[in-house]
Design a protein around this ligand. Structure first.
Ligand code: DX5
Ligand code: ZN
Length: 216
């Protein structure tokens, strides 16, 4: 499976989102990662479904929406209606309703993703993998861009890859988010990641096309 880069607009200029999204899609990005934070599940507030709805009008890229919010079930409908192509929520956010939320996302005919924070053991996510399109391994504490990659999380990538192999889910997206640059991207890919989120590395570069290429 080819590696999919999902540039995170958290590091874009929020006053120029259309311009910045065009920059990455013109440079070849097929996915755009949208970090939704509520100031409760994580200590930062970003954007919500109305912004996704506006972005839907200006791009055909896959809108890869990463919900870092408490009670994601309350908001899935809004993010589906806004035009998300992938909705990823956090296992830690609403533990008793995980399968219900996955089913709700899938019933909208879009991709469902589940994410774990650095301190959450990989075993906790395994039982949900049969129902998922994407597993997101966080390699920073969610909340902010520009943090340092946590190397002690990388074994989780290999574990998920192995579990997907056992389940014969070759199409599972194994995504990594946090501290991705050309060096950490290689580590993640060698362990089985096939989707990389990158914010500051891509948008902080003066040559976005080369930055994207260096992650492939
Ligand atoms: C962090 C977000 C990330 C963030 C990554 O909580 O989920 O998507 O944008 O930023 P970098 O690539 O700068 O670590
Ligand atoms: Zn993210």
């Amino acid at each position: 499976m080819e590696t999919i880069i999902s540039p995170s607009i958290l590091s874009a200029d929020f006053a120029n989102l259309e311009r910045d999204i065009r920059r990455v899609t013109d440079a070849g990005a097929k996915w755009v990662h949208v970090d939704v934070m509520d100031g409760h599940f994580v200590p930062n507030i970003t954007i919500g479904a109305p912004v996704v709805k506006s972005l839907r009008k200006i791009t055909n890229a896959m809108l890869d929406v990463h919900l870092m919010i408490s009670e994601p079930q309350k908001y899935v409908k809004d993010f589906v209606a806004a035009g998300s192509d992938i909705i990823t929520f956090h296992l830690e956010a609403q533990k008793d309703l995980i399968l219900d939320i996955i089913k709700e996302i899938k019933s909208a005919d879009i991709m469902a993703g589940l994410s774990i924070k650095p301190k959450t053991p990989v075993d906790e996510i395994k039982e949900f993998i049969p129902y998922l399109d994407l597993v997101l391994i966080m390699t920073v504490e969610p909340g902010f861009g520009g943090q340092r990659f946590m190397h002690d999380c990388v074994q989780k990538i290999a574990d998920i890859k192995e579990y997907a192999r056992i389940l014969k889910k070759e199409n599972l997206y194994i995504q990594v988010d946090g501290g991705i640059n050309d060096k950490t991207a290689n580590i993640c890919k060698s362990l089985g990641a096939n989707s990389l989120v990158a914010g500051s590395y891509v948008f902080g570069s003066s040559d976005i096309a080369s930055a994207l290429k260096s992650l492939l």
